[in-house]
Design a protein around this ligand. Structure first.
Ligand code: NAD
Ligand code: MG
Length: 511
């Protein structure tokens, strides 16, 4: 069953208001009433072609393979980048090893901290440029790259700069040392932010790095190389090898890598786990999710509506911790759905560079295909679809905000990670039923709880099998707060003291 657009008629006659009121055009706050406010791209210089960042400089790849990265909002190619092969990975690992052994591991923490502070400051100074480039390459709304991705990336470097000279105090009674050369493979949904999540703690702890960005979004990592150079980071401490899945596979399998940190799909995470099994090399995995966002009847329902929208439509739902399953208490289900539909009708879908845009482009044609396929399965399996009747841009890859009611826990849309702007609603009657439904997933990354009762928050949070639990908010991130999953969502934490542990060998006490 499909139902679209419950807008009021586009033109309401001026006299349709209170009888006898002075005839005047009613204010129109609908999505079409906003004039375009596109962010300028003047600040951003994109080269035609990029090499690899190895040993502190951009060098041509030996692999001779190049690939395009496109702007998903237009389908236009922005640049071509090198697809690193095994020889390139090898060179990068050697450069990282050399930097590690010759100085970085032995450098005092306070000196390492200075580099991290410099990187943070330079990122903050160039934040507008990074934000525009992130939006061009990945399709996320400029207001998100400007207000979330880039500031948080800088914050991660600031935060970890503070830890670099305090590692021994972070873990009382132990002496903390680095692991060696770290291989890091990151996804396309938060390209610069994931680079920061990985680089900042690794460097603070005294490791050197080979980083492999995602193939659809390599450009902000490549721009970061300028920041690393301007910060005078010694050559080889960070090496960036762009490429595809094979480049990632070569990085994680390289025998010169002491630790692998991966963020991406559960399928690839499992493959990496198999590759590393028995090698004694350390591994942290941050994988998919199917989070429950749980609404109790006593919650403040207007705030809840904003929380649901932010939970699932942020970054087009391409978020591993997205609140993609809405669990709503039966007594308020109707009112929550009504409010949510009204709010969905006001969401602006379109040009990611427009400052008004709420929902930008889907990152790739492949991702759009995956989302469409799962949404079709929802309709076929009998869930009730709602999409506002918004016009989608004619070119590029876009998907409207989508809501499914009458979802059964066995439906694919209730079980599989969609990684798109698609919300599935399930009802519950009691807290026990909410806990059972929330935990009925192979994943365990995040959860949200909305209630006015503090005791219920604590009780529910304890029972959630999820690494991150938000109360009366959703999708909040802070460098001091550990993030990570259970079960098929992976293991290990990023952020805070717990995140540092993933990059340290502790001597003196057990871990
Ligand atoms: P992916 O796991 O294939 O890609 C993530 C990163 O891993 C990329 O840099 C990629 O080049 C690299 N990679 C791919 N194959 C590899 C291999 N065998 N060894 C090492 N590295 C490898 O994810 P995807 O195909 O871009 O997206 C597929 C699905 O994964 C999405 O629909 C979504 O469900 C999920 N996903 C989750 C996250 C997350 O943040 N947890 C991020 C991206 C995608
Ligand atoms: Mg791109």
């Amino acid at each position: 069953m499909s139902e679209t657009g419950e807008h009021l008629p586009a033109s309401i006659p001026p006299s349709a208001g209170v009888a006898g009121a002075v005839a005047a055009d009613p204010p129109d706050f609908g999505p079409e009433s906003y004039a375009p406010a596109p962010e300028s791209t003047d600040l951003v210089q994109v080269a035609d072609e990029y090499g690899l960042f190895i040993g502190g400089e951009m060098v041509p790849a030996q692999s001779d393979r190049m690939a395009p990265t496109v702007n998903p909002a237009t389908g236009e190619t922005l640049a071509t980048f090198s697809v690193g092969g095994p020889t390139d990975v090898d060179r990068a690992v050697l450069a990282a090893r050399e930097a590690y052994e010759s100085h970085w591991r032995d450098m005092s923490g306070s000196v390492r901290a200075r580099y991290l502070y410099r990187i943070a400051r330079l990122l903050a100074e160039r934040s507008r440029e990074f934000a525009v480039l992130e939006t061009l390459d990945g399709g996320k709304p400029i207001k998100e790259s400007r207000d979330v991705d880039i500031p948080l990336a800088a914050a991660h470097f600031f935060h970890h700069a503070g830890w670099a000279d305090k590692l021994d105090y972070a873990f009382a009674g132990a002496s903390a040392g680095p692991l060696g050369v770290v291989g890091q493979v990151i996804p396309w949904n938060f390209p610069l932010l994931m680079a920061a999540w990985k680089l900042a703690p690794a460097l603070a702890a005294g490791n050197t790095v080979v980083l492999k960005p995602a193939e659809t979004t390599p450009l902000t990592a490549l721009l970061l190389t300028e920041v690393l150079q301007d910060a005078d980071l010694p050559p080889g401490v960070v090496n960036i090898v762009t490429g595809d899945g094979a480049t990632g596979a070569a990085t994680v399998a390289h025998p010169g890598i002491d630790k692998v940190a991966f963020t991406g799909s559960t399928a690839v995470g499992k493959e990496i786990q198999r590759t590393l099994a028995g090698t004694g090399r350390r591994l942290t995995l941050e994988l998919g999710g199917k989070a429950a966002n749980i609404i109790f009847e006593d919650a403040a329902l207007d705030q809840v509506t904003e929380g649901i929208v932010g939970g699932i439509y942020f970054n087009q739902g391409q978020v591993c911790c997205a609140g993609s399953r809405l669990l709503v208490q039966e007594s308020v289900a109707d009112v929550v759905i009504t409010k949510l539909r009204r709010r969905m009708d006001t969401l602006l879908v379109g040009d990611p560079l427009d400052k008004n845009t709420d929902i930008g482009a889907i990152n790739s044609a492949a991702q759009l295909h995956r989302i469409s396929e799962l949404v079709s399965s929802g309709v076929e399996q009998g869930a009730e679809l709602y999409q506002p009747s918004c016009a989608l841009p004619e070119r590029g890859w876009f998907f409207p905000p989508t809501l499914f009611c009458d979802v059964s826990p066995s439906h694919r849309i209730a079980r599989e990670e969609i990684f798109g702007p698609v919300l599935s609603v399930l009802a519950f009657r009691t807290a026990t039923e909410a806990v059972e439904k929330a935990n009925n997933t192979p994943y365990g990354l995040s959860a949200g709880i909305w209630t006015e009762k503090g005791s219920r928050i604590l009780q529910m949070a304890e029972r959630m099998q999820a690494g991150v639990v938000w109360a009366n908010t959703f999708n909040r991130f802070d460098p001091a707060s550990p993030f990570g999953g259970y079960r098929e969502s992976g293991f290990g934490r990023e952020g805070g003291r717990q995140g540092l542990l993933g990059y340290l060998e502790l001597q003196g006490i057990g871990r």
